[in-house]
Design a binder for this molecule. Structure first.
Ligand code: HEM
Length: 152
């Protein structure tokens, strides 16, 4: 008797792919990552120099939600992959840069959490990493958008 597990597993994956493709979940979730991280870094930057507690709290909570959402952004990206994305250099970069960004965001979050526990303002080195992250995120969005809209 053949095991149904591989069939069941493949069924779940193809069901998820269909769901993500029908709901266009990746293009929806990217907006959360693309908005929340820059708002967080900008709030920490302004909060530090204006000595503003509300901005410091904004920075923490927006990063919190970005870190919670971004794994889903990356996973839905993998599930949204289409045959015409294969062999496109920009999309190969998009795939691995996006996966890397989801991991690096966890590092940024751990660092920011430590600063929160110590009751400190964002340090210059944290802000530099945050700025590099935002630049890479903008490039990531550009690559995705180019693939979607270049044929229009
Ligand atoms: C931080 C992570 C990511 C961000 C911010 C991001 C951003 C974007 C953006 C802005 C688009 C254009 C959406 C539109 O306007 O319709 C897009 C499309 C796309 N992304 Fe991502 N992405 C991320 C991760 C990934 C990952 C890890 C993959 C994995 C393979 C991926 C695969 C795709 C695919 C397949 C498309 C659609 C391309 C097409 O229509 O042919 N993305 N992404």
């Amino acid at each position: 008797m053949t095991s149904i597990e591989p069939i069941f597993g493949a069924g779940i994956l193809s069901g998820l792919k269909q769901f993500v493709s029908a709901t266009k979940l990746h293009p929806i979730l990217v907006n959360f990552t693309a908005a929340l991280v820059p708002v967080s870094v900008a709030s920490d930057f302004l909060g530090r120099f204006l000595k503003s507690e509300p901005l410091r709290h904004t920075a923490w909570w927006t990063l919190f939600y970005a870190t919670a959402m971004t794994p889903f952004t990356a996973i839905t990206g993998w599930l949204f992959w289409m045959p015409d994305d294969n062999g496109v250099t920009g999309m190969t970069i998009h795939k691995w840069l996006g996966t890397g960004l989801a991991v690096v965001l966890c590092v940024l979050f751990a660092w920011r959490w430590k600063l929160l526990r110590q009751g400190r303002w964002a340090t210059i080195s944290y802000l530099v990493l945050g700025a590099v992250f935002v630049a890479a995120l903008a490039y990531q969005g550009h690559l995705g958008g180019e693939q979607v809209f270049s044929g229009m």
